[in-house]
Design a protein around this ligand. Structure first.
Ligand code: CAA
Length: 295
């Protein structure tokens, strides 16, 4: 379906309190979707000032949607009323019905972020992670709440992309899956339920295409623009694999590839060019340069 033809907001039937931890590209976008759909939404980021910046960023995005006639002034105002930045993770999570973690792809970091807030959440709260490849089973087991831990994998840019992968860990309960499906539908997104295997259903295919495009670039098969154009015009992908890597973040793609190489095999070995560019700080759109210049 064409995202342009779809309304940018969902309408939740039950209004929950939802905390998003981590306000990078994904965290900010997820918080925008959650708040617009009618939930009380709090954001928190361990880096000082970033949560407030995310709230401002969402306010600007909503202003653009008002200008385009996609949402009303009233919805923007109501959304901003429902949205706040927490001063600490525990403060932001107090009494929350759902916590969604969107910090970098590192199991240790995810545990460090989630473990201390578990006791302040509402009883039976959903503990969700936006990870695109790490194990939900492991996260749930190590947190000690395996039945309530679930993957809610959003896509970039979250306000536009319609899919959310709902990832079921080995011990994720049926009730958690059913509450997750209701939550995702209330956000105006379409869920698919996926078993907890490395890379789930989408990252596994998505990153292999990106990695192969990088290897082709290394071999001089064609320019970045022409490799992308090939998939855009020849396969009708909305965006070629290298441009998409710039959008997702080269560091994010590298972390996923390293994980999938360990878990699945050598076909996921990160291309040398990707490592070199990440070391050089060329992380894609967010840093101003990746396979393309974004200024
Ligand atoms: N935030 C909010 N809205 C955005 C946006 C953003 N970052 N980027 C684009 N949009 C909106 C635009 O405002 C525009 O809205 P209107 O129709 O209301 O004007 C709409 O999206 C279309 O944008 P454009 O006309 O500028 O450009 P486009 O038609 O090329 O669409 C795109 C942009 C939606 C990003 C499209 O190129 C696309 O679908 N690309 C592929 C994205 C994709 O594959 N994402 C998945 C990445 S993998 C991932 O996220 C998983 C992971 O774990 C790594």
């Amino acid at each position: 379906a064409d995202p342009k033809k779809n309304p940018p907001t969902g309408t939740a039937t039950v209004s929950l309190t939802v905390t998003v931890i981590g306000t990078g590209t994904m965290g900010q976008g997820i918080a925008q979707v959650v708040a617009t759909s009618g939930h009380t939404t709090r954001v928190f980021d361990a880096v000082d000032g970033r949560a407030i910046k995310a709230v401002k960023g969402i306010a600007e995005q909503l202003e653009k949607l008002v200008a385009k006639g996609k949402i009303t002034h009233d919805l923007r105002a109501a959304t901003l009323n429902r949205l706040s930045a927490g001063t600490s993770a525990r403060d932001a999570c107090a009494g929350a019905d759902v916590v969604i973690e969107a910090v970098p792809e590192d199991m240790k970091l995810k545990l460090e972020v989630l473990q201390p807030v578990l006791e302040v959440l509402a009883p039976k709260a959903l503990v969700a992670t936006n990870t695109s490849s790490l194990s939900i089973t492991e996260l749930g087991a190590r947190l000690g709440v395996p039945d309530r831990t679930v993957g809610l994998h959003f896509f970039n840019p979250p306000p536009v992309m319609e899919l959310v992968e709902v990832v079921r860990g080995l011990s994720t309960s049926e009730e958690t899956i059913s509450r997750s499906l209701d939550f995702v539908r209330g956000l105006g997104k379409t869920p698919i339920v996926v078993r907890d295997v490395p890379g789930f259903a989408t990252s596994r295919l998505g990153v292999i295409l990106g990695a192969e495009a990088m290897r082709m670039l290394e071999m001089g098969v064609a320019s970045a623009t022409d490799i992308d154009r090939g998939m855009e015009l020849g396969y009708r992908h909305p965006m070629g694999p290298l441009k998409l890597t710039d959008l997702v973040g080269l560091d994010v793609r590298l972390a996923i590839l390293e994980h999938l190489q360990r878990e699945i095999g050598e076909q996921f070995r990160p291309p040398a060019i990707l490592r070199a560019m990440v070391r050089a700080g060329k992380l894609g759109k967010k840093s101003g340069e990746g396979f393309y210049k974004w200024v």
